[in-house]
Design a protein around this ligand. Structure first.
Ligand code: FEO
Length: 425
């Protein structure tokens, strides 16, 4: 079935390349029916795999390729503007297979090409191609490739969204080839931001899932990118941003801003819990009261009724979280895992965590939650509290102490620990 969406027809360039700047062409491919990207992103509007050709007086550079299944479309567009023998440089801004699928065949067809990629990409390339003698030049910020009368220069911008990522700058045309950064999963053959419809929601959604975990890296990249006189942002997915590139740069600056930490505000603890019969709820309450009495700003959230989409924002701005779950069938309950599995989209390093919960038989929920929180790089300074069935006054007192001690750790008032080496495995 052919796509019915008018935006997917006609094919730009009639199957050939599309000029985006002087002697710079888009040679990508459209994937209108993709509905899920990297298993985690919804792509209800499909996507595009953007690749580009830059022509100089002495040769041609290809910037990125496409997913393997779309190779024919890529090579057809490439052949409409360049001969394979002219290709001097293949720039890989990012090695994920949606951009390197056509690379093995391109290397076979372009005998004079040299690969330019970040230093961190080099070992990854070996894992991708399993070849020992590739013509590879690792590059860092400031390195350039002369194409004759114009040159490409590189910006090392790691973790947007893999460690290997970089951007490539074509100064004379004001084009920044930004890899996944500034992309969106939108398949629209009108190609340019001034021609496609409103895709701001797609742009923000893409950022939230791909870039948000790496906000600090985004800010560092923007520090490199902002001084450039950019006329066109050419990302690896979605519309080419030529009308208002500065809007998208500012939007990334907004989206990548650190969580607000107004001076003098109390440290924040969010307590998330579920409770089948009220026991874990009671534990949550006394833990919260203990933390509040020790100077924290505390919020309680019953996961049975919370809207999950909002919780991640709360966690991002929190200084600490405590999670309470009963143990059912030897495990924490599903809403707790739903919350925990969503947290890899934000930066958690340096936050504190704690776990608690009531149980009937075995009580695995608390150590399982702690293990996951450690895996997410939270600090777990105190052992969790468990209570069998109905918490005793002593167990509730232990929960309150957990809140108090957590507060002391957050406010820097905790006693220093003396680690007995004999207790370390
Ligand atoms: Fe578009 Fe990270 O690949």
């Amino acid at each position: 079935m052919k796509p019915a969406d008018m935006s997917l027809s006609p094919d730009p360039g009639h199957g050939g390349a599309v000029e985006i700047a002087e002697r710079v062409h888009w040679i990508g491919a459209f994937d209108p029916w993709l509905r899920n990207f990297d298993l985690v992103l919804r792509t209800e509007r499909g996507t595009s795999y953007n690749a580009y050709v830059v022509r100089g007086n002495r040769g041609v550079a290809v910037i990125d390729t496409v997913k393997a299944a779309f190779s024919d479309e890529f090579f057809r567009r490439l052949e409409s503007v360049a001969q394979y023998e002219e290709i001097q440089a293949i720039v890989l801004n990012h090695l994920e297979p949606d951009h390197t699928g056509a690379l093995p065949e391109l290397l076979r067809r372009a005998p004079n090409a040299r690969l330019y990629l970040s230093a961190r990409a080099k070992p990854m390339l070996k894992g991708l191609l399993h070849a020992d003698s590739l013509p590879v030049t690792p590059v860092i910020t400031g390195d350039t490739v002369d194409l004759g009368g114009r040159s490409l220069s590189f910006l090392t911008t790691p973790c947007l969204h893999w460690p290997d990522t970089q951007c490539t700058w074509l100064e004379d045309a004001g084009v920044l080839f930004s890899g996944d950064a500034f992309g969106s999963h939108v398949c629209d053959a009108r190609l340019f931001d001034d021609a496609v419809g409103d895709f701001r929601r797609d742009f923000d959604y893409y950022f939230a899932h791909l870039m948000r975990p790496f906000k600090a890296h985004v800010r560092e990249a923007l520090d490199l990118i902002d001084p450039l006189p950019i006329r066109t942002l050419a990302p690896a997915h979605g519309p080419v941003l030529r009308e208002t590139p500065q809007y998208y740069l500012r939007r990334y600056r907004q989206l990548a801003g650190p969580a607000e930490q107004p001076e003098g505000r109390l440290k924040r603890l969010h307590v998330f819990y579920l409770s089948a019969y009220g026991s874990t709820r009671a534990m949550a309450g006394v833990l919260a009261a203990g933390a509040e009495s020790s100077g924290l700003h505390v919020s309680l959230h019953d996961l049975e009724t919370c809207a999950p989409d909002l919780l991640i924002d709360l966690v991002e701005e929190a200084d600490a979280i405590a999670i309470g779950s009963p143990t059912i069938n030897g495990d924490a309950v599903k809403p707790v895992w739903d919350l925990l599995s969503s947290l890899n989209a934000i930066e958690l390093r340096g936050k504190f965590g704690a776990a608690f919960g009531a149980f009937g038989w075995s009580g695995e929920a608390v150590p399982l939650i702690e293990e996951r929180l450690r895996g997410l790089k939270l600090r777990i300074p105190l052992p969790g509290v468990r209570a069998r069935l109905i918490p005793t006054p002593e167990e509730l007192a232990a929960c309150r102490r957990l809140g108090v001690e957590l507060a002391k750790h957050l406010t820097g008032k905790a006693d220093h620990r003396v680690i007995d080496m004999a207790t370390l495995a």
